[in-house]
Design a protein around this ligand. Structure first.
Ligand SMILES: [Zn+2]
Length: 451
């Protein structure tokens, strides 16, 4: 098959993208959740320099000091043609130097592998997207529909200064028919042949603060007191033990169907009773957690704070919950599940919501889906794309809300397994091989030229 463009030399591309990736890792745009962290404008400056020689117009938005994002667009020749937007975030999560084999902010290239925070999440893709855009511009490529590249800030803490700001508060119209971002395209094999997950949706994120009320008293006389710590312990036990019913969403059904898994795994994944039994006994705990999270609303009690003094019966304990919902569940449904889990204790608890983002999902039978499979046929021959729901959050949700078909994709070599890929997201020793950089650049090259 003719690609319609020259396949670029692997070494040259890997060098170019690798250098850009290393520079972005060294910029250490660490987002610790505070407003003054991130410093993504450093990566914006690096990208601005990277685009300087190619003539591609670049716009920078900085809603708060240091929290910059960049937009670059190849204007299409036909305003009616479908538009494509590639978005990569430029911030990373913190890294503890002591647990790494190499400097997490060194961006070192060692034996064909680049080490550093952001090497897979997701500076690798941001850098390869930028390289493909730059090459298209240097080649004088004019696409049918607009092709836009966005390097976004603040993805690791809700995207308030990044994708949310860009899609709601700038004059730049960032609506696009098709959007691609992280985190798919890694090799996966569950015994039915090579698969490549395409992220078609993401779970909802709902954070709650629960205040458990009691009656204060003296610690020397605990009999028949209303102790908020004791009550909170029971609340936490009930929340942790509460198991919502299996919910087979459309992306899950499609995943199981398309992955064509052999029995007994394949059968168990579509039978609610068998699925719940499977995740309790599966030896591979990481896989069991994934299967469980993809098919259930989950509740994780994550913080507790209460009591004032060793000899005082406490009247107040705060509990924080991280609840993740599935497509089709709204904010009221989620709150109802928390109240149900608390049972009769709900009347002693004040429940407030601190974050409320419902799930988002894109349709699967689309022109973008077909293009992604064509890309897999070219760059990972023999592999089949499968729809997948991510349990994490990405910038795609802001674009799904405005009507885009948005997927998470990329193109990784076989050097990174599904397990490694999962463990490196926010984990120690994050790294990527340069062949994966070349493959992802080829993917974006192909999509920019074929869209
Ligand atoms: Zn990410």
């Amino acid at each position: 098959m003719s690609l319609g463009f020259d396949v670029r030399d692997e070494d040259r591309v890997a060098n170019e993208v690798g250098e850009l990736l290393s520079a972005m890792i060294r910029n250490a745009c660490v987002n610790d959740g505070s407003e003054t962290s991130g410093h993504e404008s450093r990566n914006v400056a690096t990208l601005t320099d990277f685009f300087a020689s190619c003539g591609l117009p670049v716009e920078v938005y900085e809603p708060a000091p240091g929290r910059g994002s960049l937009v670059a667009r190849l204007e299409g020749r036909n305003p009616e043609a479908p538009s494509l937007l590639l978005i990569g975030h430029t911030d990373v999560v913190p890294a503890d130097d002591a647990n790494w084999l190499h400097d997490p902010f060194g961006g070192e290239l060692i034996d064909g592998v680049i080490w550093g925070r952001g090497a897979v999440d997701m500076l690798n893709l941001t850098a390869s997207m930028a390289a493909a855009m730059r090459q298209a511009s240097l080649d004088g490529w004019t696409p049918e529909g607009d092709i836009t590249f966005v390097a976004s800030a603040d993805e690791e803490c809700g995207s308030r200064f990044g994708a949310e700001f860009l899609t709601t508060q700038t004059p730049h119209d960032l609506r696009a028919d098709h959007v691609l971002t992280e985190a798919g395209g890694f090799p996966l094999d569950l015994g039915s042949g090579p698969l490549r997950p395409v992220i078609v949706g993401e779970k909802g994120v709902h954070w709650f603060k629960l205040v458990v009320h009691g009656v204060p008293g003296h610690g020397s006389q605990p009999l028949r007191t209303d102790n908020a710590v004791v009550k909170a312990a029971e609340c936490i036990r009930r929340l942790a033990a509460f198991t919502p019913r299996v919910n087979m969403t459309e992306p899950w059904r499609r995943f199981v169907e398309d992955a064509n898994l052999a029995a007994p795994l394949g059968d168990a994944l579509t039978d609610p009773v068998a699925l719940d039994a499977l995740v309790e006994t599966l030896d591979d705990v990481a896989l069991a957690r994934q299967i469980h999270a993809c098919t259930h609303l989950t509740i994780a009690p994550t913080r507790v704070d209460g009591g004032t003094k060793t000899n005082v019966i406490p009247d107040r304990v705060e509990i924080e919950l991280d609840v993740r919902s599935l497509p089709g569940q709204n904010s009221e449904d989620v709150r109802g599940v928390v109240i149900d889990a608390l049972g009769d204790l709900a009347s002693s608890v004040t429940i407030s919501t601190t974050l409320d983002d419902v799930a988002s999902v894109s349709p699967i039978d689309t022109a973008l889906w077909d293009l992604c499979q064509q890309a897999t046929d070219l760059f990972a021959p023999g592999a089949r794309n499968v729809a997948y729901l991510t349990v994490g959050a990405t910038d795609a949700r802001f674009f799904r809300r405005s009507g885009s078909v948005a997927y998470g994709f990329g193109m990784f070599s076989d050097a990174i397994s599904f397990e490694q890929f999962g463990a490196m997201f926010h984990g120690d020793n994050e790294r990527v091989d340069t062949r994966s950089l070349w493959l992802s650049t080829q993917l974006w090259d192909f999509l920019i030229r074929s869209h």
